[in-house]
Design a protein around this ligand. Structure first.
Ligand code: NAI
Length: 327
């Protein structure tokens, strides 16, 4: 099976080159451009393409892939809100993803964001390197004894709930489908979670129903001095309202691994360019906001699992087998 691998980074090549056993018949061509309507024609002559969370798989792209003869889209990620599944279905293209590779990788990064933003470790590091051992501006709050509110208790939310419990926090959660394995979690309505949580961590997928679920109204219901973390999808938060909330002093700290404007920015080195989006520039200007570039998944264990499952997906498709990872 000829697979065109879009948006290749050095680490992708490293991990996907070790997957010969998972799909022996795969012939992967690695290219740097991301998949978009402008680059989709490169897939001419390929049976499958491999794409990621930061790419444009709208109906326009998918129709071009269909014209090129593509039969299979291999998403090397869990989330697929950037894929027009209806368009893929209409073209008879199968879309497969990697539903769970290392939930702990993302949950541990969520907690890293909480701790960094709360205890200002990023600033302390720079201060100490400058021989400035003064503590002003570095005061944090204890997590022990406080309430963590987990929104979405699937694989990643459950891992985050366990981490918060390990910190001695009371854990409450909101999910339409409570996770029975989390016997220490108290499930509450979303509104009550907003009212009671000292730490709110978002772990639900982005859907039409929860777009901008964190907005002016829901922020107003949160406790003053709350910590908010989003490692899920940027559009769960209305960024303009978040910025206003930060300005109003509502948040003790905010940690964002994902943000609304990330497409076109994320995974790119833009250090010699001027940021076009003013909301990102404003977020970066706040001393209590910690931003990372959609790296929650980025551990050796996760990349190894992603590459193996992606190629197992390719093998299952080639053999006409359903393995449950079809979308
Ligand atoms: P999952 O499918 O195991 O769990 C999602 C949970 O959210 C389910 O229990 C579902 O019932 C619940 N849910 C759905 N809509 C909800 C809503 N409106 N309110 C509350 N709960 C809701 O998914 P998993 O593996 O835990 O991943 C969660 C999300 O994390 C993904 O959809 C993706 O957006 C994000 N993610 C981020 C990564 C990163 O690198 N930052 C990497 C992987 C995933």
């Amino acid at each position: 099976m000829k697979i065109l691998f879009f948006g290749t980074k050095s680490y992708d090549k490293e991990f996907f080159s070790k997957t010969d056993e998972d799909c022996p018949d795969a012939d992967i061509t690695f290219i740097e451009p991301n998949l978009s309507p402008e680059t989709a024609r490169l897939a001419e002559g390929f049976e499958a393409v491999c794409a990621f969370v930061n790419m444009d798989l709208s109906a326009r792209t998918i129709n071009i892939l269909h014209d090129c003869g593509v039969k299979l889209i291999l998403m090397r990620c869990a989330g697929y809100n950037n894929v027009d599944l209806e368009a893929a279905g209409a073209c008879g293209i199968t879309v497969m993803h990697v539903p769970g590779y290392s939930p702990e990788a993302v949950a541990e990064h969520a907690m890293a964001l909480v701790l960094t933003a709360d205890r200002h470790t990023h600033k302390a590091y720079i201060k100490c390197r400058e021989n400035n051992f003064n503590l002003s501006g570095l005061m944090g709050i204890n997590l022990y004894g406080r309430t963590a509110g987990i929104v979405g208790t699937g694989k990643i939310g459950a891992a985050m709930a366990r981490i918060c419990r390990g910190f001695g926090m009371r854990v409450i959660a909101y999910d339409m489908y409570p996770n029975k394995s989390l016997e220490f979690v108290e499930y509450v309505e979303f509104e009550r979670l907003l009212e009671e949580a000292d730490l709110i961590s978002l772990h639900c997928p982005l859907t039409k129903d929860n777009y901008h679920m964190i907005n002016e109204n829901t922020i107003a219901k949160m406790k003053d001095g709350v910590i908010l973390v989003n490692t899920s999808r940027g559009a769960l938060i209305r960024t303009e309202d978040l910025i206003q909330g930060i300005r109003d002093g509502k948040f003790f700290a905010v940690g964002l691994d994902v943000y609304e404007e990330e497409n076109g920015t994320v995974y790119e080195d833009m250090s010699d360019r001027i940021l076009e989006h003013s909301t990102m520039a404003r977020l970066l200007s706040f001393p209590n906001v910690m931003v990372t570039s959609h790296q929650g998944f980025f551990t050796k264990e996760a990349l190894s699992a992603i590459s193996r499952t992606t190629m197992e997906n390719a093998a299952a498709f080639a053999q006409g087998r359903k393995n449950g990872n079809e979308l």
